[in-house]
Design a protein. Structure first.
Length: 480
């Protein structure tokens, strides 16, 4: 009976600690986010796994041993009743922490077939897209978890992204207010892979409830028309660079399906540069941003040396969870906060990322190809960690369009928009003419046409509708 009681206490602590760990690392997760990562093969990260084990299993063992010592004089019956009380309390705490009621509601909503796509979706395959006489190059930086919120000096005590703010002020920056702002986080775009799809294809990423495993024979979203498809059709050389393995969340399948882009990932550089086996970065299977930006310069120069327009995309990593990696070789520690190790302080990590992105951008601007190149910097989603922001601060995702072919700023402020609007905006910024200024569920922000949110659809309503089943979306997801 005592052994059973201790097992129940162990499980009780695992419930609570696991729930707290998930929220600290990923914020309030959604049902569609859980489903995608359960149904899509993932590449694990050592640091993440170790973090979970240290904060859950190891602590659960310690707590259980302590409970055994404290209850050693209890009768078996009282000890068992105590363990059941712990289990009930742990269940209630975990339920509240993960907001299980909301997850259940989202699950129920996923089973409902809606009509949103029939009313608002524009079939990108049927839209006339006309290339400019002189095709411009594109360099796109997906800045991991980069929010305009990091410039809030009242909240952080300092502006953590002064370089990114300066770029926003000097170039085309779409904002939800009169100053530095950005776009709203929506379901189907709240994690890296989903945001990439939403911004490059103008549709969210979600799996139907009945999908047991997302390994479609026809490719990743074969029915969708994405940026890679459009640029490939117009003769672009395309490279995509990521610091981790291309197999993460089906990234390789997406890039193969849409433009058959050249992929430079951890495997590529590990094999090419014979990265040593005894380094932490090797075990984590990650090329950090400092090295990635250096690799990017070589690849961009190679692309620029060819007699074709090019598109280069890079995804940064260091600001994942807000405090993923501080680069001591590149940056100095600027901020010290009680209870937080300097190198894991989000202020230092974000500030360092701001500097590294700026140095990379300044290098691009110094190159002869820049005259005919648009540089786009966008965050992928809001920072997931629950320890950085409270519920009171207004949060939006960062964006800037540099050296765009469109310099009209009359439609840039007080906009309500999402990741879905990035694709048509990108194309018109490159000088393409998009018939009706709409693709998928997105609208070109340069055009001044109303986005879904500006048409009177609330953010909550949009999230609800995007989660529902759709025959149109199923065709995009699985193809014919």
């Amino acid at each position: 009976m005592k052994i059973l009681s201790m097992a129940i206490i162990f499980i009780s602590y695992m419930f609570v600690s696991s729930a707290n760990w998930v929220v600290r690392k990923f914020g309030k997760v959604t049902y569609e986010q859980i489903m995608f990562h359960l149904k899509t093969p993932l590449d694990s990260e050592t640091k993440l796994i170790m973090s979970y084990l240290q904060n859950t299993v190891m602590m659960a063992v310690i707590v259980t041993i302590a409970a055994y010592i404290l209850t050693i004089k209890m009768t078996k019956k009282k000890c068992f009743l105590f363990s059941l009380a712990c289990l009930c309390g742990a269940f209630l705490l975990s339920w509240n922490t993960l907001d299980i009621s909301k997850l259940i509601d989202e699950y129920k909503n996923h089973k409902i077939t809606g009509t949103f796509y029939e009313e608002h979706y524009v079939d990108s395959h049927q839209v006339k897209i006309t290339a400019p006489a002189k095709k411009r190059n594109l360099i796109m930086i997906f800045a991991e978890s980069m929010e305009s919120t990091y410039a809030n000096a009242d909240y952080f005590g300092d502006n953590l992204i002064p370089h990114l703010q300066k770029y926003a002020e000097e170039n085309i920056h779409f904002s939800h207010n009169e100053g530095l702002g950005g776009f709203q986080n929506i379901n189907g775009a709240k994690y890296t892979q989903a945001s990439m799809v939403s911004q490059l294809c103008a549709i969210p990423l979600r799996l139907p409830v009945r999908a047991k495993r997302y390994r479609p024979k026809n490719g990743f979203l074969p029915g969708a028309l994405c940026l890679g498809d459009i640029l490939a059709e117009n003769g672009y050389n395309q490279s995509f660079m990521i610091g981790m393995t291309k197999f993460f969340s089906g990234t390789d399948k997406y890039l193969e399906t849409h433009g058959n882009q050249k992929v430079l990932d951890w495997e590529f550089y590990s094999k090419r540069d014979n990265l040593p086996d005894d380094t932490d970065e090797k075990r984590k299977r990650i090329v950090r941003d400092m090295d990635l930006f250096n690799y990017a310069k070589t690849e961009i120069l190679e692309l620029a040396g060819q007699n074709k327009p090019f598109s280069f995309t890079i995804m940064t990593m260091d600001t994942h969870f807000g405090d993923e990696h501080f680069e001591p070789k590149k940056c100095q520690i600027k901020y010290h906060d009680k209870g937080v190790e300097d190198k894991y302080n989000p202020k230092n990590v974000v500030s360092c990322s701001d500097l590294q992105i700026a140095e990379f951008v300044e290098w691009i601007k110094s190159q002869p190809f820049y005259e005919n190149t648009e540089v786009v910097i966008v965050g992928d989603h809001l920072t997931m960690s629950s320890t950085i922001f409270d519920d009171k601060v207004e949060r939006t995702v960062y964006d800037v369009y540099m050296n765009s072919s469109v310099q009209d700023k009359s439609h840039t402020t007080n906009r309500q928009f999402t990741a879905l609007d990035t694709l048509p905006t990108l194309l018109e910024g490159l000088g393409y003419t998009v018939e009706g200024h709409k693709l998928g569920l997105g609208v070109s922000l340069f055009s001044g046409e109303k986005t879904l949110l500006e048409q009177g659809i609330s953010l909550d309503t949009l999230n609800t509708e995007l989660d529902r089943q759709s025959k149109i979306y199923d065709k995009l997801l699985f193809g014919n």
